[in-house]
Ligand binder design. Structure first.
Ligand SMILES: Cc1cc2nc3c(=O)[nH]c(=O)nc-3n(C[C@H](O)[C@H](O)[C@H](O)COP(=O)(O)O)c2cc1C
Length: 314
C-alpha cells in the first residue's frame, strides 16, 4: 500500500530518514520496523574527517530546533572500512550522503559510494548552511551544474541532489540539477536562522547561526516542494518539518514522491513506524493511493473567491 518508486529505486514506503538526524550507520534501524521505512538516508560524509563546529551545536525554539553541527564525521576512509561493509546487510536501501568543499570533493565521494555494494543511491548535500562554502553549489546555477555533472559522470547509481531553501527562486536550481543529470531532488535542507541569548549578548549556538528544522519550516518546505514539482519531471523527496501522516500527505499532494523525517525523530525515535501506521489508516479511509494523491494540488487561482460568490453565498 505504501510502496513508491523514486526513479529506478523501489521503496516499500515513502518515509525515509533525513540525513544527520538518524545516526551515521545502520545501527539506528533498531528503533523501527524496517517494513515502515523506505530507505535509510545517512549522515553526510566528507573526504576528510571533520570535527564540526564549536558547541553548543543544537538549541530548541518554539516550533523546531536550530543546529550547527558543521558536518562532523569520521571521513571517507573510516566509512569505507567500517560502515560500508555493514550496509550490505541493511534490510532497506541505503542512501549515502556526500559533502565537500569543491566539485572534486563531491566527485570523489560519488566515485567512492559508487563502488560500495551496500549503497543504493547517492544524495549530494549541496546545501549545508553550517560550513563555510557549504551552500555555494546550491545557490549558484553554474556551480550546481558543474558539480552535478561531475558526479553524474562518476556513477550510474541514482543521484539525488539536496537543494537549499535559502534561495529566491528554487525552480532555477531544480531545473539545472535535472539538466545536469540528477535522478531526484531532495527539497530541501535547513533554513539559516539564529537564536540570541540576550542576557549574555551572544548567539545561543557556538557557530552563531544555524539551520532551522522541525514543524516551523513545514509551510516553507511545502511551497518549495510545490514549486520544484512544477519545474521538473524527476521525483521530489520532500524534507522539512514533517511530523505526522497528515504532513506526509500534504507533501504528497504538493508533488512529493517520498518524505524524509528528521527532527521528529529526536522526540520519537520510532516516529517512522507511528507515521506509517497512521498513513495506511488515512489512505484506506480516503480510498486513495499515494499515486493518485501525488501532485493533485489544485492551481491556487481555481479556489479564489469570485465577487459573485460573495454577493450570493451558497
Ligand atoms: C541535527 C541535524 C543534523 C543534520 N545533518 C545533516 C547532514 O549531515 N546532511 C544533510 O544533508 N542534512 C542534514 N540535516 C538536515 C536534515 O536532513 C533535514 O533536511 C532538515 O532537518 C529538515 O527536515 P526536518 O524538519 O524533518 O528535520 C541535519 C538536520 C539536523 C536537525
Amino acid at each position: 500500500m505504501l510502496a513508491v518508486r523514486v526513479g529506478s529505486l523501489h521503496l516499500n514506503s515513502p518515509l525515509l530518514t533525513a540525513s544527520g538526524t538518524f545516526g551515521h550507520d545502520p545501527a539506528a534501524l533498531a528503533f523501527m520496523d524496517p517494513a515502515d521505512l523506505g530507505a535509510l538516508v545517512l549522515k553526510t560524509v566528507t573526504p576528510e574527517p571533520r570535527h564540526g563546529n564549536a558547541p553548543p551545536r543544537m538549541a530548541e525554539f518554539t516550533g523546531g530546533v536550530l543546529n550547527s553541527i558543521g558536518l562532523e564525521n569520521k571521513g571517507l576512509a573510516y566509512w569505507r572500512e567500517t560502515v560500508a561493509p555493514q550496509l550490505e546487510r541493511a534490510p532497506v536501501p541505503v542512501v549515502a550522503n556526500a559533502g565537500g568543499h569543491s566539485a572534486e570533493d563531491f566527485r570523489r565521494m560519488t566515485e567512492a559510494f559508487d563502488a560500495m555494494r551496500g549503497v543504493a543511491a547517492i544524495e549530494l548535500n549541496l546545501s549545508c548552511p553550517n560550513v563555510s562554502g557549504g551552500m555555494q553549489f546550491s545557490t549558484d546555477v553554474a556551480a550546481l551544474d558543474e558539480v552535478v555533472r561531475a558526479c553524474r559522470e562518476s556513477t550510474r547509481k541514482p543521484l539525488w541532489v539536496k537543494l537549499s531553501p535559502n534561495v529566491t527562486r528554487i525552480a532555477l536550481l531544480a531545473e539545472a540539477a535535472e539538466r545536469a543529470g540528477a535522478d531526484a531532488l531532495t527539497v530541501s535542507n535547513t533554513l539559516i536562522g539564529m537564536l540570541v541569548d540576550w542576557r549574555r549578548r551572544r548567539p545561543v549556538l557556538g557557530g552563531g547561526t544555524g539551520g532551522m528544522s522541525g514543524p516551523a519550516v513545514k509551510p516553507l518546505a511545502l511551497r518549495l516542494t510545490w514549486e520544484c514539482a512544477q519545474a521538473v519531471q524527476i521525483p521530489i523527496v520532500a524534507s522539512g518539518g514533517a511530523n505526522c501522516a497528515e504532513d506526509v500527505l500534504e507533501f504528497t499532494v504538493a508533488g512529493a514522491t517520498a518524505v524524509q523525517i528528521g527532527t521528529a525523530l529526536f522526540r520519537r525515535p520510532d516516529a517512522i513506524s507511528v507515521i506509517a501506521a497512521e498513513l495506511r489508516r488515512l489512505l484506506a479511509e480516503e480510498g486513495a493511493t499515494l499515486a493518485e494523491l501525488r501532485a493533485s494540488l489544485a492551481a491556487p487561482n481555481s479556489v479564489s473567491c469570485a465577487v459573485s460568490d460573495v454577493r450570493n453565498p451558497r
